[in-house]
Each structure stands twice: as structure tokens, then as C-alpha cells.
Design a protein around this ligand. Structure first.
Ligand code: HEC
Length: 92
């Protein structure tokens, strides 16, 4: 059973890598936070494929915070915004 869980986890991490998360190395905590919070209602790909500046991500993450009360704290929101901004440089 443990092996199955490990396998699923590994597959999820590979999928995240394939989505172009080059900054994952120095952003492990934030990447996990993003994954946990931002794939609860929809695929996290919705955010990974989008290009926005910091102000754009702040607005979007604020909007997502408002969709479910007390699910994403302001502190977590800030980390997620930083993480999403850190991914932007590799996008066109
Ligand atoms: C409580 C459910 C919920 C959570 C948690 C959530 N979302 Fe969403 N998200 C939605 C819904 C519903 C939509 C559909 C479009 C809308 O209502 O704007 C959406 C749409 C989006 C869109 C496309 C619309 C746009 O304005 O660009 C993005 C990007 C997005 N979410 C990113 C995120 C990110 C990043 C997080 C984590 C911080 C997150 N979502 C967490 C429910 C959620």
C-alpha cells in the first residue's frame, strides 16, 4: 500500500515538473502549498499555463481566497503569489 502511495506521489511530482516548474528546487515549500491549495477546486494547470505579472497574480489569488472562506490564509496567499511570479520568467 505504501508503494502505491509513493508511486502516485512520484507521478504527481513528475507531472508538476513537466508543467515547466523550473524553480521547484528552491521553492519546494511554496510548490507544495500551491499544489495543495490551488488544485482543490480545479487543476493547478489553470494557473501554471497563465502568464500574469505580480499584480495580476495578487488579484487572482485574492479572488480564489474569496471562493472558500478560511481555506487560503493571507500568509499562504503571499507565498503562492511569490511562487507564481517566480515561474513567469520561463514563459512567453
Ligand atoms: C474554492 C475553490 C477554488 C480554489 C481553492 C482555487 N480556485 Fe481558482 N477558480 C475557482 C473557480 C470556481 C474558477 C472559475 C472562474 C471564476 O470564477 O473566476 C477559478 C478560476 C481560476 C483561474 C482562471 C480565471 C482567471 O481569472 O485567471 C485561475 C488562474 C485560478 N483559478 C487560479 C487559482 C490559484 C492560483 C489558486 C490557489 C491560490 C486557486 N485558483 C484556488 C475556484 C477555486
Amino acid at each position: 500500500m505504501k508503494k502505491v502511495i509513493l508511486l502516485v506521489l512520484t507521478a504527481a511530482m513528475v507531472a508538476l515538473g513537466a508543467a515547466g516548474v523550473q524553480a521547484a528546487g528552491k521553492n519546494n515549500g511554496a510548490a507544495g502549498l500551491f499544489k495543495a491549495k490551488c488544485s482543490a477546486c480545479h487543476s493547478d494547470a489553470i494557473a501554471l499555463h497563465m502568464k500574469k505579472d505580480r499584480a495580476g497574480w495578487e488579484t487572482t489569488v485574492k479572488m480564489m481566497q474569496n471562493k472558500r472562506a478560511n481555506f487560503i490564509s493571507n500568509e499562504d496567499a503571499q507565498k503562492i503569489v511569490d511562487y507564481l511570479v517566480s515561474l513567469q520568467s520561463g514563459k512567453k
